[in-house]
Structures are given as structure tokens and as C-alpha cells.
Unconditional design. Structure first.
Lengths: 108, 526, 97
């Protein structure tokens, strides 16, 4: 579940950054069209990867349940952190993506 | 109502949400607590030890006990212990005096390590919250009907809310605190949308769980009103042979566990039923534990001859529709959830509770703004205010009172289980009176502060009344007990913070009121 | 709170009754139709019918509040119920002849 959680959180942060308003809140400027597209694509790819991570380790039944659980938890965490600790919210995403290879190694 | 589809759905969402909001809040809160009902029961009966023992060993102890105490019974039932329910429960049924009648049941709880009888203090424990959330302390079947009706209204409120929330994708990550009513609505949307998969699952599954009761039309039509036939098909009763009348030694039961596991390629046995123990035609039915997979397989069972060990019957594979129904059931119950997933269920349940609570606050807050200048609230709004306070903070105080009653009532008082439940309702009732007597903000602050005090002091109460306090349980690794104490402490801190915020915003509100803009869902739509 | 005309309150009450009672009838008839027409073993068809009935109930409720008048709410439900009743009756008659 940890790998799925890390990828989900990273993915949601990317999707969040692809929105003008939130990009401005978190990074101080509006994103360029290229960055917006990149963030969107990256975000969806990370979410898809997290689904694969969840299902491949525990099968479809439990895997889907775990995926939805980490999906909801990571979204909640991001949205609640952003207005209070925007830098923490961002750095958590960075850290998550950095240690996800380690988590992947541990899982397989 | 002529304003358009979204407006109509906003109207529906607002009124359905208000009228059933308080009931749904109580259902969601108690249901969320029920995810930890075994842990709550353990805290409420600290005398019963939590030990991990193998199923085979427990089963042998149970068989010996029953052989000694219930040799002449017509049926034995043995519930094996699992990680969360460490008790070994045995029941036996005497043959009824008349055919077709239910025989009398006797139930005993055994220590899974020694096989001796265990007696904890009389309490309903966590089961109280579990049963309340779908029976509502009402006589059968009215409570279930009401809670299922509430579930249907919840479903309508969820879908109408989604339709109304025009900027559901644009505002997906939006949460703007410290902006008064705007923040409450943002919060309502956040816990609603971000946890939507859970809310939809829990609501629809609760409808499916009671569907035979509330929507029997298709059963009646397809089975010519023979409801019994339908249930026999869905829950295939394992064919158990009739009494032979010849005495025969019952074989050891423990080896049957492994044979059942082979039939299910893994999986665990949850319960055994021994029919006619001591008879030549004794049969042993092993029922699968619901907790080993997500899709709940109703009545998945293996039957053996009790004397020879010969395999008599197995239940067939689940069909797709029944597997889907089983999935709804399994997902709702969450039996399969390990510790991490169980905490996530709990968090999602709290999010659902918060969604309802914030909705009620937004409903009132928006309309209260119109009467700020006059200082007098019309009766309808005052009613909503009292119900909001008593229904939310009052309910929390009542939950704490339930736990306090468990520790304060003497262990050997007769009917103490009932008195614990009475404490819950008495305190809840008092919170209504308090909310009526005090002004809105004061009532909130006082009840939240009381909740903070009662919950925060639970670990202290525990230490003063039992020897199983945090100093011991953390060291010994009794995570259920320690977790309960720590969660209560955490809740106490949360309520203290909430009370403080309420108190503070009361002084600041006088200034903000002049500048506040009423926020309405209808305006959201535009 | 502004005073709402009686006709408005009557219309709302009518829609609520239609949604609650009429919606239930539509849902029940939908479950019966589905279970009688589905080519599955009987128990499975009934289970499927019951599980999907709540979606029909939802649609009926939404219709009752989204349509332009209370009269239309009732009309829509009555027409739907009649159609479903005929469909069920057909399946029942076919199954028993």
C-alpha cells in the first residue's frame, strides 16, 4: 500500500499544480501551457501507476479497495495541507516520488 | 421549482439533507465507531485477556468443554477466535419440546488458552454502536426500516449534491479556511468530493444489505410469495442428516479445520456447528470466516460426518449477482480489513460524519445571517440550532458518557449493561435541554468543552479504575486497549481546539458580520 | 422568512409524496420486471432486480423534483408504472403458459 500511497499523493499534487489557481498559490506564478499539460499528463500517469502498484501486489479484490483508500487519503491530506503548509505539501510530494523507487523495491 | 435542473437539485439536496441530517449524523458516527467495535468491547471488558492461540488448540479446548457440559445437547456452536475477537465462544441448543420451535440457547465465553469459563463485566461493549447504527434502539423491524429510509435519502442527497456542485472538478483541490461560511462550505465540499467513493459505497451497500426487507416485490413475484424458498436458494442450508438414535463417539474436530481449508484453497473457518453430537449421524458444518476476502460469501460451508469424518457436502461457487451482493456486504462491513485499512475505514467514516455535520452548519449559518441585525431568531432556525448542537456535540458527549459509565458502574451491579446504555441516552437528552436553555454559541462551547474533558480524561479514568492503564498496555503491546486510550485523548484535544475556536470566533464575529457575504449553493451554481 | 403561498406548499407536498410513494412503486415494478425478464437462475435474477431497484428509485425521485410541475411528476411516474406493470405482466404470463 505504501508505494500506491506515495504515487497517488505525487499524482494528485501534479494534477493540482496543473490548475492555474493552485499553481499560483503554491509556486507564485501561473503555469505555462506546456507545464500545465505536462503536470496533467504526469499526474494521471502517476495515478495509473499507483493503481497498478496496488493491484499487482494484492490482486484485484483487495488491491482495488486499497487503491481507493489511498486515493481518498492522499487527496484529503493534500487539500488539508495546502492552505496551512503549502511548502510542506509540495515537499511531501517531492519526497514521495523520490522514495517511491525504494518502496517499489521493497514491494517486489 | 421552475428555475432549472441544477436549482431544483440544490433545493432537493438542501431539504433532504436538513430533515434527515441529524439522524444520518448519528448513524454515521456510531457506524464509524463500529469499525472498532471489538477493540471498544475489549476496553470495556478489560478483565478478559487478549491472547493469540491457534485455531486447532482452541477448538480442542472447546470440544472438551462442550463434551463435559453439553453432551446431551442437540446442537453445538463454536465461534473460533481471530485477531480482533480473541474470545472463544461456545453455544449449545437443547432440542425443543415441540417440533418447529427454537430450542433454548446457552452461551459461554471461554479463555482460548485454558478452556476455562471467562466472565467479564456485563456490558454491550462496541456492539452497542454497531447495533444502534442500523437498529436505532427501536423495536424490530422499525429501526431497520428507518435507517434504510435514511440511507435512501442519503443516496439522493449525495447524487443531488454532485449534480448541484457545478465546479466539482475546478474546485477539487479548493479549501479556503478562515473565511467564515465560505470555509464551512469548502470543507463540506472537500470531505464530500474527496471521499466520494467511500460515501457512495457505504450508502448503496447499506441499501443492498436490507434489500430483501425493503424491496421484496421481486421475491414475491418470482417465488409466488414463498419467501422461504428464496432464502433457501440464496443461503443453501447444508443438508444435515436426521437423528439416528444410535450413540457414537464424536471424532476430534481439530483436523477438520485443515480439510475445510483445502476445500476453499486457503481461507479460514469462522464457526463450527455440530448437529446431534454423540449420535451416529452427527454432522459438523464448518462455515467460512467472512474476514478472509473482500467479497462476502454467504453461507459458504463444508459439511462432514461427525463420527467418520466423511465429506457430506460443500456449497457451490457464488454466481456473479450473488458475488456482487456479497461485495457490497463485504465492503460495507470491512471484516477483511487489517489494521491499516481499518483505520482508513474509520477516517473515511469520520469524513462522512463531518460532511453531514458541515452541511448542517452551512444550512443554518447561511440563514442566520439574515437575522443578525435583529438578534432574534425565528422559531424554525432556533429549532435547527438546538438540534444541531444536541445532535452533534451532544451526541459526542453521550458517547463519552457511555465509556465513563462502563468504568464508574460497579462490576457486579445487576443490569449494568442496560445502565451503560441508559447513561448514553440520558446524557444525550440532557444535552438537548442544555442546548435549549443556553444561547447558541455558548451551548456549543460548553458542550464541546465537556466532550473535551470527558474524552481527554478517559486514560486517567482508566488508570484510576483498572490496572490496565497506558503504562501497562503500551509496554505489553495490548494495542487495542492502548489505542482506545490514546484515541480518546486525541479526540479530547480535538474537541478542546474546537471549543476554543468557537469561543474565539464569537468575539470576532461581531466585526466580520458586517462584511460577510451570504454564500448559497444556488449562487454557487451561477 | 418570506411567506410562501399555499399553492407552492401544496405543490411541494405533492412532489414529495410522488417521490416517496410513487418512486417506491416504480422501483418495485422495475425490480419485478428485471427479475422476470432476466435469463438467469431465479434467485440470481431476483437479487439483481433488488440491487438495481434503488437506481430506479433515485431516477424517480430526481424526476419528481426536476420536472416542471407537480402534475408532471405524477404523470411521469404513473406512465412509467403502467409500462413496467405491462412488461412484468407479459413476462409473468409468458413464464406461466
Amino acid at each position: 500500500m505504501l508505494l500506491a500511497l506515495l504515487l497517488c499523493y505525487g499524482g494528485f499534487t501534479a494534477l493540482c499544480l496543473s490548475m492555474d489557481r493552485h499553481h499560483a498559490e503554491l509556486l507564485g506564478c501561473k503555469p505555462s501551457a506546456r507545464r500545465r499539460r505536462g503536470m496533467k499528463l504526469g499526474g494521471w500517469v502517476l495515478l495509473a501507476l499507483s493503481l497498478w502498484a496496488a493491484v499487482s501486489s494484492t490482486g484485484w479484490g483487495l488491491g482495488l479497495v486499497e487503491w481507493f483508500a489511498v486515493l481518498m487519503l492522499s487527496a484529503l491530506l493534500l487539500v488539508l495541507l495546502m492552505p496551512y503548509r503549502p511548502r510542506l505539501a509540495l515537499s511531501l510530494a517531492g519526497v514521495s516520488l523520490l522514495i517511491s523507487p525504494v518502496a517499489a523495491f521493497a514491494q517486489y | 421549482m421552475k428555475e432549472g435542473f441544477r436549482q431544483a437539485m440544490a433545493w432537493l439536496h438542501t431539504w433532504a439533507g436538513l430533515i434527515f441530517g441529524w439522524l444520518l449524523f448519528a448513524i454515521f458516527l456510531t457506524g464509524t465507531l463500529a469499525y472498532f467495535k471489538d477493540e471498544i468491547s475489549h476496553w470495556m471488558q478489560p478483565e478478559i485477556p487478549a491472547r493469540s492461540v491457534s485455531s486447532e488448540a482452541s477448538l480442542t479446548l472447546a470440544q472438551n468443554y462442550l463434551q463435559q457440559h453439553a453432551a446431551g445437547a442437540s446442537r453445538w456452536l463454536i465461534d473460533l477466535p481471530d485477531a480482533r475477537e480473541p474470545g472463544l465462544s461456545v453455544r449449545w441448543q437443547q432440542s425443543p419440546a415441540k417440533r418447529g420451535e427454537r430450542g433454548q440457547f446457552t452461551e459461554k465465553l471461554l479463555d482460548p488458552q485454558t478452556g476455562a469459563e471467562v466472565q467479564g463485566r456485563e456490558t454491550t461493549g462496541g456492539e452497542f454502536f454497531y447495533r444502534f447504527h442500523f437498529q436505532l434502539q427501536m423495536p424490530y423491524p422499525w429501526g431497520r426500516w428507518l435507517s434504510t429510509i435514511a440511507a435512501m435519502v442519503m443516496f439522493v442527497a449525495l447524487i443531488s449534491g454532485i449534480i448541484t456542485h457545478k465546479k466539482i472538478f475546478k474546485d477539487f483541490f479548493t479549501f479556503r479556511p478562515r473565511k467564515g461560511q465560505r470555509s464551512w462550505l469548502d470543507g463540506h465540499n472537500a470531505v464530500g468530493v474527496l471521499v466520494l467513493p467511500f460515501h457512495l459505497m457505504i450508502t448503496y451497500s447499506s441499501l443492498v444489505i436490507f434489500m430483501s426487507m425493503v424491496m421484496p416485490a421481486s421475491i414475491l413475484a418470482s417465488y409466488n410469495c414463498d419467501v422461504r424458498a428464496f432464502f433457501d436458494e440464496v443461503f443453501p442450508a447444508s443438508s444435515t442428516p436426521e437423528l439416528a438414535g444410535k450413540p457414537a463417539q464424536l471424532a476430534p474436530l481439530a483436523p477438520l479445520l485443515e480439510r475445510a481449508r483445502e476445500q476453499w484453497s486457503g481461507g479460514r473457518v469462522g464457526r463450527l456447528t455440530v448437529n446431534h453430537p454423540g449420535d451416529a449421524h452427527a454432522s459438523v458444518v464448518l462455515v467460512r470466516d467472512g474476514a478472509d476476502r473482500v467479497v462476502h460469501d454467504f453461507g459458504s460451508a463444508v459439511t462432514f460426518n461427525g463420527v467418520t469424518g466423511h465429506l457430506l457436502a460443500t456449497t457451490p461457487e457464488q454466481s456473479l449477482p450473488r458475488a456482487i451482493a456479497g461485495s457490497f456486504y463485504g465492503l460495507h462491513m470491512g471484516h477483511f480489513a487489517g489494521p491499516v485499512l481499518r483505520w482508513l475505514y474509520f477516517i473515511c467514516g469520520l469524513a462522512g460524519t463531518a460532511m453531514i455535520g458541515t452541511g448542517l452548519v452551512v444550512w443554518l449559518g447561511k440563514r442566520q445571517l439574515k437575522h443578525v441585525k435583529s438578534g432574534v431568531m425565528p422559531f424554525e432556525l432556533r429549532l435547527v440550532e438546538v438540534l444541531n448542537i444536541a445532535g452533534m456535540s451532544g451526541l459526542m458527549v453521550a458517547v463519552a458518557a457511555f465509556f465513563w459509565a462502563n468504568r464508574l458502574l460497579p462490576v457486579d451491579v445487576a443490569g449494568r449493561a442496560d445502565w451503560e446504555v441508559n447513561s448514553f441516552f440520558i446524557v444525550w437528552g440532557l444535552s438537548v435541554l442544555h442546548a435549549m436553555a443556553r444561547r447558541g454559541r455558548a451551548a456549543w462551547v460548553e458542550q464541546l468543552a465537556l466532550a473535551a474533558l470527558l474524552f481527554g480524561a478517559v486514560p486517567v479514568l482508566n488508570a484510576l479504575t483498572t490496572p490496565y492503564h497506558l503504562g501497562i498496555t503500551l509496554v505489553q503491546g495490548d494495542w487495542a486497549m492502548a489505542g482506545f486510550d490514546l484515541t480518546c485523548l486525541g479526540s479530547g484535544l480535538f474537541f478542546a481546539w474546537a471549543a476554543w475556536k468557537m469561543q474565539r470566533s464569537g468575539t470576532a464575529e461581531a466585526v466580520i458580520r458586517q462584511r460577510a457575504q451570504p454564500i448559497t449553493p444556488e449562487r454557487e451554481v451561477n | 422568512m418570506k411567506v410562501l403561498p399555499v399553492s407552492y406548499r401544496l405543490a411541494v407536498t405533492s412532489r414529495v409524496l410522488a417521490a416517496v410513494l410513487g418512486g417506491y412503486i416504480v422501483a418495485a415494478l422495475a425490480s419485478v420486471s428485471l427479475s422476470l425478464w432476466a435469463s438467469m437462475p431465479r434467485a440470481d435474477a431476483v437479487v439483481t432486480g433488488m440491487m438495481t431497484s434503488f437506481l430506479a428509485y433515485l431516477c424517480a425521485v430526481i424526476w419528481c423534483f426536476a420536472c416542471r410541475s407537480a402534475w408532471r411528476a405524477w404523470l411521469g411516474l404513473i406512465v412509467t408504472s403502467l409500462v413496467l406493470a405491462v412488461v412484468s405482466g407479459l413476462a409473468y404470463w409468458m413464464g406461466h403458459s
